[in-house]
Ligand binder design. Structure first.
Ligand code: IMP
Ligand code: MG
Length: 182
């Protein structure tokens, strides 16, 4: 598995240090308010689990998943949000968690869906954000790391559903990416 990774961007200790900082910031910002965390699976699973255990506030957790249809590339696909039923967020302070902000399509779609349920507030937290021109602008309130526009895996992030269990975040080898584009 290691040989499929071109280079490590953030090792386990670096990720945990940054997650500690984000958790402290969120804890301070939301003190005295009850939070509803909405995590977008599967990519945010490790991040969600490490982050939430470091936030000593009363909170509710709900997980959503998204599916893209109509094209291989995420940029062209229509995004469908699943597990939206039973989601009672009226008048709640919502914090959306996602693994990575790329084109912005996923977070824009999820945010629009959640807004129809009339929450009191919505903020967005991502572990990673790619430095690039996005298809849709997304306001991010908490950002773990900014990275170049490269395909990364590990710590929840996948390539064809693999590599999620790597304890670090690394750039996928060019050969593998090119093979999948053929
Ligand atoms: P967006 O809708 O293009 O912003 O993409 C968001 C989703 O695409 C993320 O939640 C990831 O599931 C996936 N994604 C985007 N870039 C990467 C990457 O570099 N590695 C793994 N997954 C990615
Ligand atoms: Mg994903």
């Amino acid at each position: 598995m290691q040989s499929d990774i071109q280079r490590v961007l953030f090792d386990g200790p670096a990720i945990h240090k940054r997650v500690d900082e984000l958790a402290a910031q969120i804890t301070a910002d939301y003190s005295g308010r009850e939070l509803t965390v909405i995590a977008i699976l599967t990519g945010s699973l490790m991040f969600m689990s490490d982050l939430l255990r470091r936030i000593p506030l009363p909170l509710k957790l709900h997980c959503l998943s998204v599916a893209s249809y109509g094209g291989q590339s995420q940029a062209s696909g229509k995004i469908i949000v699943k597990q939206l039923s039973n989601l009672d967020i009226a008048d709640r302070n919502v914090l959306i968690l996602d693994d990575i902000l790329d084109t912005g399509n996923t977070l824009t779609t999820v945010r629009k869906e959640l807004e129809t349920a009339k929450p009191r507030s919505i903020q967005v937290c991502v572990l990673l954000s790619k430095r690039k021109r996005r298809a849709q602008h997304v306001d991010v309130d908490y950002n773990g790391f900014e990275i170049d526009d490269e395909f990364v895996v590990g710590y929840g992030l996948d390539f064809m559903e693999r590599y999620r269990n790597l304890p670090y975040i690394g750039v996928l080898s060019r050969e593998l990416l090119e093979q999948s584009n053929q």
